[in-house]
Design a protein around this ligand. Sequence first.
Ligand SMILES: [Zn+2]
Ligand SMILES: [Zn+2]
Length: 403
Amino acid sequence: MRYSARDVAVFRAHERKVPIVLGSATPSLETWANATAKEMRGRYQLLTLKERAVEQARLPTVQRIDLRKEKAEEGLSGILLEAIEKRLLRGEQSLVFLNRRGYAPVLACTACGWISNCKRCAANLVLHMADKRLRCHHCGYETPVPRKCPTCGNQDIHPFGRGTQRLEEFLAERFPKARILRADRDVAKTRKQWEVLVEKIHAGEANILVGTQMLAKGHDFPNLTLVGVVGADAALFAADCRAPERLFAQLMQVAGRAGRAQKAGEVLIQTQYPDHPLYAAIVKHDYPAFAASQLAERKLAGFPPYSHQAMLRAEAPQMADAIAFLATARAWPEIATHPAVTLYDPVPMRMARLANLERGQLLIECASRPALQAFLTAWQPALAGIKSPSRLRWHLEVDPLEF
Ligand SMILES: [Zn+2]
Ligand SMILES: [Zn+2]
């Protein structure tokens, strides 16, 4: 069953008539709107913590490094490398944050244009150097790294882009005396491995950490005074309207790793888009400004929380079957009795194939929540009655989070 833990908690509190407190430095925009937007006035009460929990704690200074002006070596600018060097001299820790594990996101042949694709998904195979394998991060498919291009036989095939393993390798070359520790899902697969890793960091067994979002949450490393953010720009222009919200929360969290105790922290964000409002808000630690600009955009575009959505998804070995199911669902004859509801055209999902199944989706939108619920309740039995191939599966998701 698909559900939102937050919304179930709000619902249960409402049923039991008890107050509920939602606490976060970066609330979801839906929650923030419930507490602050004019049209939702009075739904939630906003309580602001005006002081830091630890008295001496200071917020880290956040700066942008303009990659259009600064030269980068293996993706790291001179400013960031110097800042890391300073920490090494002072015996403090640095964290280089890159939310992409593996060595490089793709292996490619420059002669014929071959790239390492997953046979089962619409995704690239990621290069992992430690065990010389290509791996799909979506379905788990893996294969040894080929010695030559499988298409044209060219031996000159190259990794493109970079992941945490490649950064780790470069930093080890650049700072040969430093102890470098990588923290991502490849080195910490289990809870136990993760705990051992955190202990090592606390014990000062690392000068430089290279990590993904695994390191962003909830851990306080008092000797960590520098966070360098690498490769965050990709999320600025994602098709998903919730991508900026996720990026902002992630950057706030990872910035919070720097200098939480007595030592002042510094955060350096490398970017091609230093003027982007999201980064400007991060520099000022200004969630309200960021939320206001995002909500204004969503209002213009008619996205949640200014509309309510549901998604019908179907998957089958053939895309045509998935789309045909969705088209039949859309042609439901009683749709006319639900005039407030908009049904969009069935389309392939952004990641159209996953583990040999092709996937389509149909977006449903409505300005009124009760009208959307009434429609879904009436529609569902009709969906169950649609004749479809035996390997077709479908589900309905209310308030879909990813597109
Ligand atoms: Zn080739
Ligand atoms: Zn795959």
